[in-house]
Design a protein around this ligand. Structure first.
Ligand code: GLA
Length: 409
């Protein structure tokens, strides 16, 4: 384990970051066009903000661009907290955008996108992943949630946190720059109990990390499971299949599912199965094997139980690493969550055209969603996802970007 992330520089709670600490250079650039010139070598470290578009109800949507000291550039919108683009260097120092997505707000709002809903780059809540039958009982009451994945509830419902406008507050400090996003989910929204105040902070550090901090508080007991749904292609988005990426997941077990992708409750060892990613393995090496779980998932779409648990909600431990041989790009993901969903982009079908005008083909991006287990509200043996009034939900995930000639371990 090369990384443990135990001492985060400047790891003050984002709740302590005040507006006064935020130094923001506003309006310096357009959302599109100038990003190319400014990113990569010779980039100017900083933050700028511009208008991304308007929602049908007239509300303005913004885009924030962050460039760190090494030229890594990230663009985020307050609509769904979507990471629109993320440019990182390959092993030769060439920058490329490694996340799937679109150029314009209209693309994210289009009927075509809403129907396919791959959740490109978005924040997911109130509950990431599935809840069986859209139902659960809590404190003697049964709650019915919106069902949007067959009979199941997926990723917060029809109007999850991926489709709402967040309040945004950019900041810049000695370690990097980022965005605090806040959203209040009302009591009863999508069927959930309690008014939930959620806060997510993205920090792009000068040590080439994206830190995502999640906080939430509620006035009634409710399930909460927040995550981030970026799809990566380390060769560059639109660059083809992800099957040659080498994946390592620090998990000795996973939660098998039924044909609707609801966990059966079993915690199954990965040893001897195509789910063993304890050593770096190309994603495509076993994906076509005759295996009931791969059939149900149409590939990988499973929750991996992490072998090492974080000692505290501010000390993430390494969960997964992905290395791409052409570019040499390496992505390492550390988290305080107990699990990670590995989704190999099986529902991408070539019918959505991305930023470069390239169709996003089957398995041309993967997601690694740090989370609690799916359907936890209905599975007493899974770690609890219930947030009680007076408690603070806290979770942290760190994505670290680098490049190297070999896979490493
Ligand atoms: C998650 C789910 C997948 C799929 C994608 C979005 O990763 O587990 O089954 O719904 O989101 O397409």
């Amino acid at each position: 384990m090369p990384l443990t992330y135990v001492s985060m520089r400047g790891a003050a709670s984002p709740l302590l970051l005040s507006a006064a600490a935020a130094v923001v250079m506003l309006g310096a650039a357009e959302a599109h066009g100038s990003a190319e010139a400014a990113s990569g070598n010779g980039a100017v470290r900083g933050v700028d903000q511009s208008v991304f578009g308007q929602l049908p109800d007239g509300r303005q949507v913004d885009v924030y661009r962050f460039i760190n000291a090494n030229g890594i550039e990230m663009r985020v919108t307050n609509y769904g907290g979507i990471i629109l683009s993320l440019k990182t260097p390959d092993v030769r120092g060439e920058f490329d955008d490694i996340v799937l997505g679109f150029d314009s707000l209209e693309d994210y709002l289009s009927d075509e996108y809403r129907q396919a809903n791959p959740y490109f780059g978005a924040l997911i809540g109130r509950y990431g992943n599935r809840i069986a039958g859209g139902q659960f009982s809590l404190d003697g009451e049964t709650y019915s949630l919106a069902t949007n994945d067959g009979d199941n509830h997926l990723h917060g419902g029809r109007q999850g946190f991926d489709r709402v406008l967040w309040q945004a507050e950019p900041f810049e400090n000695d370690d990097g720059a980022g965005l605090i996003l806040r959203y209040t989910s009302e009591d009863g929204e999508e069927g959930y109990p309690g008014r939930l105040e959620a806060e997510v902070t993205y920090t792009l550090t000068d040590s080439d990390e994206l830190i995502v901090d999640y906080r939430a508080a509620t006035d009634k007991a409710t399930p909460v499971n927040l995550t981030q749904h970026s799809y990566f292609n380390l060769e560059g988005e639109g660059g083809g299949s992800i099957l040659d990426h080498h994946l390592t997941i620090n998990a000795d077990a996973f939660t098998p599912v039924d044909e609707t992708l609801i966990p059966t409750g079993e915690i199954r060892p990965v040893a001897g199965t195509p789910f063993d990613f304890t050593q770096p393995t190309p994603i495509g090496e076993r994906i076509e094997q005759d295996n009931e779980q791969l059939t149900f998932g149409k590939g990988y779409d499973h929750n991996f139980v992490l072998a090492e648990q974080a000692a505290s909600p501010s000390e993430p431990v390494l969960a997964a690493r992905v290395w791409e041989p052409e570019s040499g790009r390496l992505l390492e993901i550390a988290t305080t969550e107990p699990a990670i969903q590995f989704y190999s982009g099986n529902f991408l079908a070539g019918d959505l055209t991305g930023k470069r005008g390239q169709a996003y083909e089957h398995r041309s991006g993967f997601a690694l969603e740090t989370q609690h287990y799916p359907d936890s509200p209905n599975q007493a043996d899974f770690p609890s996802t219930i947030l009680e009034p007076g408690e603070t939900y806290r979770s942290r995930t760190i994505y670290r970007f680098s490049a190297q000639e070999t896979a490493g371990s």
